[in-house]
Design a protein around this ligand. Structure first.
Ligand code: MSP
Length: 502
């Protein structure tokens, strides 16, 4: 029997800082996709977790005066807490300090030493300690790291190398044969060009970093954090070259690795080369999304402009945030977060378009529907037409075109609003109560459809709507009730920076 599950991963988040909107974004995307697939009865595995080794974490723990593991325990728990707040349902949370993962990393290292894909040498290069990565002179911005803008250091050390260069041709062949492997396509070319320009072997161990997985046969070295962390996608499912757990076959190959654009190269080049070296099948897709800025600026510690998802949730509710991030920006592109834009969408799309429609109709249903909600969909044209949109909405979610899906759903919401305005049910109440009933029946069914579409994006809202629409209740119908607004209107304040941390 085929028990292969649809396996979705997020990157493992560094625990050197508290979680912010950028981290929440990747995980929310994974959750939307997972919820959608589960609703179609497709078995899903969603794995997320924390990346806990390396010099940055060692350093922050020292600054805070705690042991590295104790520090990791704290921040890793913060991430799990945030996933709870954001209503993210994951199947497995992996930490790179988990003993099974560490054992897997060590076994992989020894295996590749044996095959000759890892060898000992010495390295001199330009290193950014924030990225934990080496850069070529040509990649720098002036003399600084292209990601952090901070000076890089010239470092020389004995190190193990991974023979990345050996996999250049195999990678190019894989990209050519699997055009969706690097997604979205407009981001793929940069990777292809990078590989075509010639791959160099990469350093995969450190002698100066104590907080890492020790190389078993030479514990003066610890494994480079990226080599360690990338392996999570496989070790978390029970992969170990000395003997896999039977669960591995249920998950592998991964269906999609969701990542931010700045770590696309690690996932599109180094990770598949590691798998080729191990003789393990490559994931089906690596999808890179864009970056959020805040009021036009990069989120950064020094600017103190990190958006904390919890703060947004406290003021607007979790579903407003889930809606905004996927509606405002095409998944894949960069986007800007501002409280003005957030409030605008909240009031226009959620409080007005959806919220008002829902409460107007439900309040009328409570008043005029003889205390019963309809059990069978009528033959109404509007219900038939909206139902025919379902495959397109599903396709958009499956292709990670989240904003397209939401746009279409809101087209549906607008259609219903226009219909209510045109049919004037409040007048029908006086002139033609039978027609009013039929109309409200149609509308209840259309709202059930909309609630179903919204479910992966806004699970709380969808379940409130479903409850009030009597979905999943007994077959003898449900008395409609008056409902409180789904999204209470917010005052359009002009305080663009009011939600931030320092
Ligand atoms: N630990 C590595 C990943 C290892 S995966 C084997 C890492 N961690 S991270 O915490 O720095 O970033 C994790 C994710 O958060 C990335 O997908 C990244 O793109 C995302 N974001 C961090 N800041 C972001 C924004 N400002 N905007 C959107 N996403 C960004 O990299």
């Amino acid at each position: 029997m085929n028990t292969k599950k649809y396996y979705i991963t997020t990157p493992l988040y560094y625990v050197n800082d508290k979680p912010h909107l950028g981290h929440a974004y990747t995980t929310l995307a994974a959750d939307v996709l997972a919820r959608h697939l589960r609703s179609k009865d497709i078995p899903v595995l969603l794995q997320t977790g924390t990346d806990e080794h390396g010099s940055n974490i060692e350093k922050i723990a020292r600054e805070k005066g705690v042991a590295p593991k104790a520090w990791c325990d704290g921040v890793s728990a913060d991430f799990r807490e945030l996933w709870k707040t954001l209503n993210i349902k994951y199947d497995y949370f992996i930490r790179t300090t988990d003993p099974a993962h560490e054992a897997g990393v060590q076994a992989v290292f020894e295996k590749l030493l044996k095959t000759g894909d890892i060898y000992l040498g010495s390295y001199e290069g330009l290193y950014c300690s924030s990225c934990e990565a080496f850069y070529d002179e040509t990649e720098l911005k002036g003399k600084n790291c292209p990601v952090h803008g901070r000076p890089v250091e010239r470092v020389s050390e004995e190190t193990y190398f991974f023979k990345l260069s050996k996999y250049e041709a195999a990678l190019l062949e894989h990209y050519a044969k699997h055009p969706d492997f690097l997604s979205p396509r407009y981001r793929a070319q940069e990777i292809v060009n990078f590989v075509k320009s010639g791959l160099k072997d990469i350093s995969v161990s450190r002698t100066k970093v104590a907080w890492g997985v020790p190389v078993k046969s030479n514990p003066r070295h610890t494994v480079y954090v990226w080599f360690d962390a990338l392996l999570n996608y496989a070790t978390g499912r029970g992969y170990n070259p000395d003997g896999n757990s039977p669960d591995f076959a249920d998950a592998w190959p991964a269906d999609v690795h969701l990542v931010g654009k700045e770590i696309f190269r690690f996932h599109g080049v180094i990770w598949p080369a590691m798998l080729l070296a191990l003789g393990v099948a490559l994931p089906r897709k690596v999808y890179a999304h864009g970056w959020w800025t805040v009021n036009g600026d990069k989120m950064s510690k020094s600017k103190g402009n990190f958006i904390k998802a919890e703060d947004v949730v406290r003021e607007f509710g979790v579903d407003a945030l889930r809606y905004f991030v996927f509606r405002e920006v095409t998944f894949g592109q960069d986007g800007d977060f501002s409280m003005d834009a957030f409030r605008r969408r909240y009031n226009a799309d959620l409080a007005n378009d959806l919220g008002n429609l829902f409460s107007r109709l439900m309040n009328m249903a409570a008043k005029y529907l003889d205390h019963r909600l309809p059990e069978k969909p009528g033959e109404s044209e509007i219900f038939r037409e909206l139902s025919s949109w379902t495959p397109e909405i599903h396709r958009s979610v499956e292709a990670l075109r989240f904003s397209d899906a939401l746009e279409k759903i809101w087209q549906g919401v607008s259609r219903l609003n226009r219909l209510v305005d045109a049919r004037k049910p409040w007048e029908l109440a006086k002139t033609d109560p039978e027609t009013l009933k039929l109309f409200l029946h149609e509308m209840v069914w259309c709202l059930r459809l909309i609630a179903g579409w919204l479910d992966p994006f806004m699970p709380d809202t969808a379940s409130r709507m479903h409850m009030q629409l009597g979905v999943g209740r007994t077959s003898d119908g449900t008395p409609p009730q008056k409902v409180p607004p789904l999204f209470p209107r917010m005052q359009p304040e002009n305080k663009p920076n009011d939600i931030r941390t320092n």
